[in-house]
Ligand binder design. Structure first.
Ligand SMILES: [Zn+2]
Length: 405
């Protein structure tokens, strides 16, 4: 700790404006839904407007039609120093079945200290807190280095926004990044990996009364699915339970073959999809090759051929607990709340996974909202979290940029 304390920061934070801005953002239905013309453009424009109101000069970069990233660089004016990133996304998942909601999904209604609505926790609160937190940091006076704000499109889909920005010099200039996803006060130092595998089994069609004339791909697919259980067990022995990420999962999620109307027909083709969730250390390429070999082992004696392909591949990522950005967040959280935060892991991937994989940026995930509330009906965020997180972000940034953590 230095002599400079954070006690003056709260007065630099316009809490009413922060709450209002979050509500405005939640009221924009930023679901990516090509069939209705809905996308992130209106939410991104509101973010860019708020940045301009702070006197910043945002760059708005479309990564696909109607799907802009909003980027801003805030120079500290306090001499040379590192570059700290803050990351959030503007897209939200659909509200789903309205019957499940007891509030209007895009009403941003505040009741008993909670703001309700799709995207409140995941993650318009995080976006709002990081913007207003960095503004408070700036108003507190010059700081070394600079802050880069990344407000991206398509986190909930293929992470096009993160993939796009990760190819830029700006992303590569970031020394460390705080991803503001809702983690319920945990400081998440790891995120689980995912690899999705598609397997196509090709046999030969035949009459059910003459099965010897055919080559049944259903049996081949079933042999693979049955073999995956032991394979998963073996992986868990090689890669034991991770402190923050738990165990490896190898889960068949799709199995398609034949027709419900043609019970007397052996089909020619069967398809299987496998959703694999990994911990750090698992070699995805090797895993895919092993699953393909397992599939062949069952299929070839039947005369069935197999092709395997990868639909999506995101590595598990990790940052050292003693990394300066992690320690800055931990110290700022403790200074604000009086509580030492717990370390945690993210069960899915975030945009931070892509920033780390493609641009080499170390990421820590820490943001307002309950860890398990995302994508549920009656999603909410505690209104008090908005300014609390904004203050922690400002203080964490100050500590990290000044090398004080
Ligand atoms: Zn999210």
């Amino acid at each position: 700790m230095t002599e400079q304390t954070t006690t003056d920061t709260p007065t630099l934070l316009d809490v009413d404006a922060l709450v209002r801005f979050t509500q405005e953002l939640v009221r924009i239905r930023s679901v990516h839904e090509p069939e209705t013309g809905s996308d992130e453009s209106v939410a991104a424009a509101l973010v860019a407007d708020q940045m301009r109101a702070f006197g910043w000069e945002p760059q708005v970069v479309e990564v696909a039609p109607g799907r802009p990233n909003v980027l801003a660089v805030i120079e500290g004016g306090g001499g040379p120093g590192p570059t700290l990133g803050f990351e959030g996304h503007t897209d939200v998942v659909t509200e789903g079945d309205l019957g499940q909601w007891s509030v209007e999904p895009y009403g941003a209604e505040i009741r008993d200290g909670r703001m309700y609505g799709r995207g409140t926790a995941d993650m318009k609160a995080g976006v709002a807190s990081m913007l207003f937190g960095v503004r408070a940091l700036q108003l507190a006076g010059p700081f070394p280095g600079r802050v880069v704000l990344l407000v991206l499109a398509d986190e909930e889909g293929m992470m096009l926004g993160a993939k796009h920005v990760a190819q830029t010099e700006l992303a590569r200039s970031i020394d460390a990044c705080i991803v503001c996803e809702p983690e319920g006060d945990e400081v998440c130092v790891a995120a689980k990996g995912a690899v999705r595998i598609a397997l196509e089994f090709r046999g030969r069609m035949a009459h059910g009364a003459m099965p010897h004339q055919g080559r049944n791909p259903i049996v081949a697919a079933a042999r693979l699915v049955a073999a995956l259980e032991a394979y998963e067990e073996g992986l868990r022995e090689t890669y034991p339970e991770h402190e923050h990420l738990g165990v490896v999962h190898v889960t068949p999620t799709v199995s398609l073959a034949g027709s419900l109307d043609q019970v007397n027909v052996i089909p020619a083709d069967a398809s299987v999809r496998i959703d694999v969730r990994t911990v750090t250390g698992v070699d995805h390429a090797r895993l895919v090759a092993e699953v393909e070999a397992l599939a062949r082992e069952g299929a070839h004696p039947l005369g069935v051929s197999v092709t395997a392909s990868v639909i999506d591949d995101r590595p598990a990522v990790e940052i050292a607990e003693d990394h300066p950005v992690v320690q800055a967040v931990v110290a700022a959280h403790e200074a604000e709340t009086g509580v030492v935060p717990a370390y945690g892991g993210v069960p899915g991937a975030t945009d931070g996974t892509i920033l780390q994989r493609d641009a080499g940026v170390p990421v820590v995930v820490y943001g307002p909202g309950d860890k398990w509330i995302a994508h549920q009906a009656d999603e909410y965020v505690d209104v008090d979290d908005l300014d609390r997180y904004a203050r922690v972000y400002a203080d964490a940034a100050r500590r990290f940029l000044a090398g004080d953590h």
